[in-house]
Design a protein around this ligand. Structure first.
Ligand code: AR6
Length: 177
């Protein structure tokens, strides 16, 4: 049995004060953007973009870690997801984001990480497919985690929450219902 608690919640990724790290659905330049990147950078303040500048550009499927500035968390982990239909193989690149982010949390001795649904906004990844790939990627990575004890998926919209909840229960990560 895994010692890691996995959960899906509906909410705002920039408002997860109980988590050690939140994950940004970033662009390659790690600059403020729309959606998740906009919410995170505006809550963190301009110091986040400043710290990120020398870390960019990142490649698709990669994760990098920064401090969290004015956010209530310890760190932000920035992932560049695939643009659906452009970056291939999209499922492997999306899975790589979750795996790399969790391993970075592990290397930094963090115990809790909150993710948004990477690539499902501006980058156009169909939600149900993304939910299945995400659930599988997290399930595959759980056995490698020692420090990380809590993984949370934060879905902005109620329909997205239900889709992720279903995929995560199908993968045995959260109770059915
Ligand atoms: N909290 C949680 N989820 C959110 C929030 C929020 N505050 N805001 C949006 N979502 P996106 P991507 C959901 O577009 O597809 C940016 O401009 C949203 O409904 O943020 O990886 C970057 O700069 C969707 O389901 O990320 C990149 O250029 C999901 O989060 C590009 O967009 C991801 O939407 C990245 O695109």
């Amino acid at each position: 049995m895994s010692q890691v608690t996995v959960e899906c919640v509906q909410g705002n990724i920039a408002d997860q004060p109980d988590m050690d790290a939140i994950v940004n659905a970033a662009n390659a330049q790690l600059m403020p953007g729309a959606g998740v990147a906009g919410a995170i950078h505006s809550a963190a303040g301009p110091g986040l973009a400043q710290e990120c500048r020398p870390l960019a550009p990142i490649r698709c499927g990669q994760a990098v870690i920064s401090s969290a500035h004015a956010l209530p968390n310890r760190h932000v982990i920035h992932c560049l997801g695939p643009v659906y239909g452009v970056d291939e193989p999209s499922d492997q690149l999306l899975a790589s984001c979750y795996r790399e982010a969790l391993m970075l949390a592990e290397q930094n001795s963090l115990s809790s990480v909150a993710f948004p649904a990477i690539s499902t906004g501006v980058f156009g990844y169909p939600l149900r497919e993304a939910a299945e790939v995400t659930a599988q990627a997290i399930a595959d990575t759980l056995p490698r985690l020692k420090s990380v004890k809590q993984v949370r998926l934060v879905l902005f919209r109620s329909g997205d929450y239900r889709t992720f909840r279903h995929a995560f229960s199908q993968a045995g990560l959260v109770p059915a219902g």
